[in-house]
Ligand binder design. Structure first.
Ligand code: CP3
Length: 346
């Protein structure tokens, strides 16, 4: 057992305000790094890449070597869960994920949570190896997609602009649609619990498309579903901090935090930092929220935003991060500059 007091991530998530906030970046492993592109070539497809521990461990460690992030995030994807449930999932080059859509009770009957944990054994091996290989002061983050966001890919069959198929289903027949969400709550809870058993010290739940829902549906499919996973994880693994990321939640970030019981909330770049400091930081640790496009642009625009975030959110329990994942054309030296600015604080 490592001493949690040496890990800034765990101290921040326990509610401590630190001189120098811990930092990690969403999608810190990825195509903006030449060494990632090189390793990526060794797998025939992206799912195979996620299921090959040698490669997944290597790309998880790459950004730590460059930047000394305070957290490593397991290299995987949110869509390994529908794959494990028995849905056909494919990542096509230049096209992103393509799934055989699930749109009816009959489609749901073909999915099963029974074999998910066995199917994901290589991912748990990756978690175990990472927990032994990362530096002592680095925390290991496990993650999953939240039910609503994973369901958007499962129902639409790909990334979407208007979420017509899933919203039509969820609004018109919430009972049947609720069976999909229930299945995802069950499979996702088991998945993150197993990650913790293999060495994950923090769990982040990505609800990337939470912001497309009106209030009532947000409460039902985002807040309630995340709350059930948090409760299941707490019951099985007491004391493991959870970070929620209900991207685009706007004013509903506050109720999300109050009602899910998360230890930390990751903010998208549109959230005003003074509001987050006044309203959210008294409730939990805040993570965020540099615009990923400012990281890409760099220079004074980026530096001004970093300073403002550090000045305002640094007064409370805080983890520096982006508002959304690093974009592939981001110059690696811009990441280095942000890290330098954070390290100057302490
Ligand atoms: O953050 C990390 O470094 C860990 C790895 C990670 C990936 N995906 C690797 C990945 C994490 C945490 C994710 C989460 C994820 N995946 C989300 C939620 C967070 C977010 O960014 O919104 C979502 C919505 C997905 C679904 C997904 N995966 C899409 C839409 C795509 C295609 C678009 C793209 O960027 O290519 C992926 C593929 C994917 N997941 C890549 C990586 C590094 C790129 C694939 C490749 O290298 O060929």
């Amino acid at each position: 057992m490592t001493d949690s007091s040496t890990k800034l991530m765990l101290r921040a998530l326990a509610g401590e305000t630190l001189d120098r906030p811990p930092f990690w970046f969403m999608r810190q492993a990825g195509r903006y790094l030449a060494e990632y592109r090189e390793t990526r070539r060794q797998a025939p497809n992206f799912l195979a890449f996620c299921h090959t521990p040698d490669l997944a461990v290597e790309v998880t460690l790459q950004p730590l070597r460059r930047y000394g992030f305070d957290a490593a995030i397991l290299f995987s994807d949110i869509l390994v869960v529908p794959d494990a449930l028995g849905q056909t999932v494919e990542f096509r080059e230049g096209e992103g994920p393509v799934l055989e859509p699930v749109r009816s009770a009959g489609d749901l009957d073909r999915l099963s949570a029974d074999r998910t944990i066995g199917h994901m054994a290589p991912i748990f091996e990756t978690v175990g190896r990472l927990s032994r290989e990362i530096p002592q002061t680095t925390a290991l983050i496990g993650f999953a997609g939240s039910p609503w966001t994973v369901a958007t890919y499962m129902v639409e069959g790909r990334g979407s602009k208007d979420y017509q198929a899933i919203r039509t289903w969820a609004y018109a027949d919430p009972e049947t649609f609720g069976r999909l969400i229930d299945l995802l709550v069950e499979a996702t809870s088991a998945y993150v619990i197993e990650q913790v058993r293999h060495g994950a010290e923090i769990i982040q739940l990505f609800d990337t498309w939470a912001g497309v829902l009106p209030e009532a549906e947000f409460r039902r499919w985002v807040i309630d579903a995340n709350a059930r996973i948090v409760a299941n994880l707490r019951a099985a693994c007491p004391g493991v901090p959870v970070i929620g990321f209900p991207r685009g939640a706007g004013l509903l970030y506050e109720d999300f935090v109050r009602e899910t019981g998360v230890d930390g909330v990751s903010l998208d770049a549109t959230v005003p930092v003074q509001w987050a400091s006044d309203v959210l930081q008294p409730l939990c640790t805040v993570q965020g929220n540099l615009d990923n496009m400012l990281l890409l642009v760099g220079g004074p625009a980026m530096e001004h935003a970093v300073t403002r975030i550090l000045d305002v959110l640094g007064r409370g329990p805080f983890i520096f991060n982006l508002g959304h994942g690093i974009l592939p054309p981001t110059p690696p030296e811009n990441v280095a500059r942000v890290v330098e600015m954070i390290m100057e604080r302490g």
